[in-house]
Design a protein around this ligand. Structure first.
Ligand code: SF4
Length: 698
């Protein structure tokens, strides 16, 4: 029915991890009317500025519409044959670990599933990573350490039911606007609800906050360790919950005990009174949700931050009950779906473990695969380093623009130059990454694709097509399946996205019986028509289960072997005092990632027209920088030139530069080239919030 004028299609927004339901109605002449789906449980009809402008971003002017080989138009047969033969040759000559895929949280679950199956089960390597590594890998690692599984315990409804919402490292107002709107509406109805924002910057999210803690970069472990200590000292812990459902409390306390108010103040840069006031709020309110996002995850201590937060919720039994729990909100529309299919280099599939021989055997047998990856592959930063070192002979980048988004982005350029064969499948012809492609493949875009995404509250929603495929564009899963068949592999003869989803759902239920959190066996066996009509649904959804739990862990039931959670003893990192400035990167309200879509909308581009550096007035004065001067932000990795935005919303000694602007829109503003490539040891997530940098007038 694609492009049937006047026919409204229910789909899901292309952008953030809120996963809002969208109604799209083609009106002819390339126009599409967009509105919020009033029946979708993520947004109940709401949309933010980006979602509302989706109809303005559907033009074909910038699209890649035909396969290209060496910059010249080619046909699909030749392009696919070339990709298959070059990957096969590299594997034969240098082994399976000489090839890699770098994917995206923008891909649909079906795309991710096929790519992961090809790499881990048939090529036999785990060199498949994704830009989701930049988004929430620390949350995954923290969840697994604490719960034994990558489980988000709660739901969006909990944010409305809570008496205290703590937002740490999350500018929800700009990055997850519809969740922000839901919390704001709940607070308007119940003004006694408290909101605390913990962020080095006074962001737009602070507009609804009762308290803003302008924390020093990476002070979170100290703040939440101190909170655990304060809760214990004030008798505010739940000894029954700790005793029945957890391990490791004593060790975690031993580490936290040193985090007295004075120490927390030193590490966080916050005053003792404001720390005490926050601890008191947390102690007093039983219904607490702690929301965290990239300010927590994108850090060298990201996984420890996640566990420091979870420790406080476990210690108080505030998890898995209405209005309570730690809550990771993901940046991308399908970071969660990618995790579910195992599309990261240290995961297997369906929340099974690469390091577990039984899991490997189960997946290998289910796929009828000739081999199975046995060890973790390269994580994003390592992957491009390996390419630069000549270890990767063939690399396929799908749906992402690492020459802008990766830290040390000029090193990524050099890695792509060094790699003998680079495939890029994307919707946009000219990104900073596509010039490095030996083969450029035209992928289907939002509005043309068919499949599913999973949002931050574990809700699987359909993305449905309402436009025809333009030119020769194809859905990503078909491209991966076509290459797999050409490489001589059986098991890739899917006729539709629905068949891929069915296989994914069946795999999740194999020998599960409650052993693993991710189970959508109840969605296996859907007919094409049922898949087409599938309503948004939260997992778990095992086969045959009638009553569905929407939350995890209120009564324990964790996924470590003994079904108990783990406290993690975390040590706060020492504050870095040597840096001239601490560079923090992030989003603005109306742009998405590297602007390939939002840059097409004049309305969205009008919100903030230029890249900028937020600098505190005292720093500006010290450096002789006036408002709107051009400034150079530099590090040993590289430099970027942007306009100074002098504001006391910023902490002294910190500079914030938005991540979006690319060579296409502002040639000198690619801030990824300045960011360092340090990563969290446990998760491999880049520490994008704390690059040591200098700032000077340009
Ligand atoms: Fe789209 Fe996120 Fe905005 Fe919802 S909140 S409309 S998912 S960008």
């Amino acid at each position: 029915h694609a492009n049937e004028i006047g026919r409204t299609v229910r789909t899901t927004c292309a952008y953030c991890g809120v996963g809002c339901g969208v109604l799209a109605t083609p009106e002819g002449n390339g126009l599409v009317k967009i509105s919020g789906d009033p029946n979708h449980p993520a947004n109940y009809g709401r949309l933010c500025s980006k979602g509302s402008a989706l109809g303005e971003t559907l033009g074909l002017e910038e699209r890649v519409l035909h396969p290209m080989i060496g910059g010249a138009r080619a046909d699909w047969e030749n392009a696919l044959d070339l990709v298959a033969s070059r990957f096969t040759a590299a594997i034969e000559e240098h082994g399976p670990d000489s090839v890699a895929f770098y994917l995206s949280g923008q891909l649909l679950t079906e795309d991710y599933y096929v790519a992961n199956k090809l790499m881990k089960g048939f090529i036999g390597s785990a060199n498949i990573d994704t830009n989701s590594r930049l988004c929430m890998a620390s949350s995954v690692a923290g969840h697994k350490r604490a719960f034994g599984s990558d489980t988000v315990p709660g739901t969006y409804e909990d944010l409305e039911k809570a008496d205290l919402v703590v937002l740490t490292g999350s500018n929800l107002a700009w990055c997850h606007p519809v969740i922000f709107q839901r919390i704001a509406a709940a607070k308007a109805e119940r003004p006694e609800m408290s909101i605390v924002v913990i962020d080095p910057r006074r962001t737009a999210t602070c507009e609804i906050a009762d308290m803003h803690l302008a924390i020093r970069a990476d002070g979170d472990v100290a703040l939440f360790s101190g909170l655990l200590n304060a809760l214990a000292e004030n008798g505010a812990i739940d000894c029954d919950y700790i005793g029945q459902h957890t391990e490791g409390f004593v060790d975690a306390m031993r580490e936290s005990r040193s985090m007295r108010l004075r120490h927390v103040s030193e590490r966080t840069g916050l005053g003792p009174e404001e720390i005490r006031a926050f601890y008191e709020l947390f102690k007093r309110n039983k219904k607490v949700v702690t929301v965290y996002s990239q300010g927590v995850n994108q850090s060298a201590s990201g996984t420890d931050k996640v566990n420091a937060i979870i420790n406080c919720h476990l210690a108080t039994g505030r998890i898995g009950r209405p209005g309570m729990g730690p809550f990771s909100v993901t940046g991308q529309p399908n970071a969660m779906g990618g995790r579910e299919v195992g599309g990261l280099s240290n995961m297997l599939a369906a929340h099974m473990e690469l390091g577990n021989a039984e899991d490997r055997a189960r997946v290998k047998s289910f796929w009828n695969a000739p081999r199975i990856a046995e060890k973790s592959g390269f994580k994003a930063v390592e992957l491009f380093e390996a390419a630069a070192d000549g270890k990767i002979k063939a690399l396929w980048i799908a749906g992402t623009n690492p020459v802008v988004s990766m830290p040390d982005a000029d090193a990524v350029k050099r890695a792509l130059e060094a790699c003998p064969f680079v495939v890029v499948s994307d919707v946009i012809a000219e990104t900073d990454t596509t010039p490095f492609a030996d083969v450029l493949l035209p992928a289907a875009a939002w509005g043309e694709k068919n499949g599913t995404v999973t949002n931050s509250e574990r809700r699987i929603s359909r993305q449905r097509p309402f436009l025809p495929l333009p030119g020769e564009a194809r859905p990503d899963w078909t491209i991966f399946a076509d290459v797999a068949r050409r490489m001589g592999f059986a098991g890739f003869d899917y006729r539709s996205a629905s068949e891929v989803f069915d296989e994914h759902a069946r795999l999740s239920g194999v020998e599960n019986d409650g052993a693993r959190d991710f189970d959508i066996g109840g969605l296996a066996g859907l007919s094409e028509a049922e898949y087409d009509l599938m309503a948004p649904v939260q997992w778990p959804l095992p086969a045959g289960r009638v009553a569905r739990e929407t939350r995890f862990f209120a009564k324990g039931g964790f996924y470590h072997g003994d079904r108990r959670a783990r406290f993690v003893a975390v040590k706060p990192p020492k504050p870095e005092e040597t840096a001239d400035f601490t560079l923090n990167t992030g989003r603005v309200r109306d742009h998405w990632h590297t602007m390939t879509r939002t840059g097409l909308s004049a309305r969205l581009s009008a919100h903030i027209a230029e890249p900028f550096a937020e600098i505190h007035p005292a720093d500006a004065e010290r450096l002789g920088i006036a408002a709107a001067d051009l400034v150079e932000v530099a590090s040993p990795q590289g430099s970027a030139v942007v306009r100074a935005l002098i504001t006391d919303r910023q902490r002294p000694g910190n500079v914030f530069v938005a991540m979006h602007w690319t060579s296409r829109y502002a040639p000198s503003a690619r801030i990824g080239a300045v960011a360092h490539s340090a990563t969290d040891r446990a998760s491999g997530q880049p520490a994008l919030k704390s690059t040591a940098a200098t700032v000077k007038r340009f």
